[in-house]
Write a protein that binds this ligand. Structure first.
Ligand SMILES: Nc1ncnc2c1ncn2[C@@H]1O[C@H](COP(=O)(O)OP(=O)(O)OP(=O)(O)O)[C@@H](O)[C@H]1O
Ligand SMILES: [Mg+2]
Length: 254
């Protein structure tokens, strides 16, 4: 009988059920649970397995620089970040509402970490996600324009449910690049969510984008429906150095 069932499970591509069924039958042979309970359990297992596999595929293609989660983030080190707010965002209603998130703060404060962790949550719920630095995005768009396929490239980048653009502000964007950047943001406006990270206050985006008018137009669209998360603490990268130098300072003071 099990062979017959296995053939049918193969046809339906129910891999997980096929894997756990013999053991399940064995374990439940004494209790004989109601068929509805068994069916529900087996289907839940199959769904969880497929969700997990889909998420792994999305994460693989997402171009994340590392894989870190919200649980990996030490909120006590960075009290300016509200754990409640981040966990609330992890419920992903910002994606269904087509809202944006802007992480703004100094180097090493965890902007990329938090952006990636929300991206992973999004992927776990089968949302398409793509991560790219602002600099690489500019190269991609410039190249596409040179090769006469800008529209296709913009269309491709506009279809991700969540696009994470990291490191706005570290490298200047020329006028041509700003124009392309604006086109992408305009396409995603009110239809898709974008997370950006930046070290630059909004008042200085005119410098970043070599053009005040384009910078305002970009900001206008990004900020219209958005959560702005300002991180004001110290760099996590050099936290031990700060403690060291603090204690050294204390030594010198004594
Ligand atoms: N509060 C934190 N708890 C745990 N790890 C953290 C925290 N903040 C940062 N990190 C870790 O420190 C490193 C630097 O963080 P991250 O890359 O997110 O900083 P950033 O704000 O993006 O900096 P930059 O502006 O230089 O890109 C990462 O490995 C990240 O996981
Ligand atoms: Mg970063």
């Amino acid at each position: 009988m099990i062979e017959e069932i296995n053939k049918k499970l193969d046809i339906l591509e129910l891999e997980r059920i096929k894997e756990i069924l013999p053991d399940y039958i064995h374990k439940t042979s004494k209790d004989n649970p109601p068929i509805s309970e068994s069916l529900n359990y087996l289907l839940e297992e199959e769904i969880a397995f497929k969700d997990n596999r889909a998420a792994e595929g999305i994460i693989k293609a997402s171009n994340f620089p590392f894989r870190k989660t919200i649980d990996d983030y030490d909120f006590s080190f960075q009290p300016s970040v509200s754990e409640n707010q981040i966990r609330e965002l992890a419920n992903l209603s910002f994606i269904s509402n087509h809202e944006n998130i802007i992480f703004i703060g100094n180097p090493g404060t965890g902007k990329t970490h938090l952006a990636v962790s929300l991206g992973i949550e999004a992927a776990k719920h089968r949302n398409s996600v793509y991560f790219i630095t602002c600099h690489n995005l500019m190269q991609k768009l410039n190249k596409a324009q040179k090769e006469n396929r800008l529209d296709k490239q913009l269309q491709h980048l506009a279809q991700y449910k969540l696009l994470i653009i990291d490191e706005i502000g570290y490298l200047p964007v020329d006028h041509q690049g700003s124009n392309l950047f604006f086109q992408l943001i305009a396409r995603r406006y009110m239809t898709k969510s974008t997370i950006v990270t930046t070290n630059m206050p909004f008042s200085r985006w005119g410098e970043v984008f070599s053009d005040n008018t384009l910078a305002s137009a970009v900001l206008d669209r990004l900020l219209h429906y958005s959560y702005i998360i300002r991180i004001t603490g110290n760099s996590y990268r050099i936290k031990d150095k700060i403690v060291e130098s603090d204690s050294r300072t204390n030594e010198y003071n004594e």
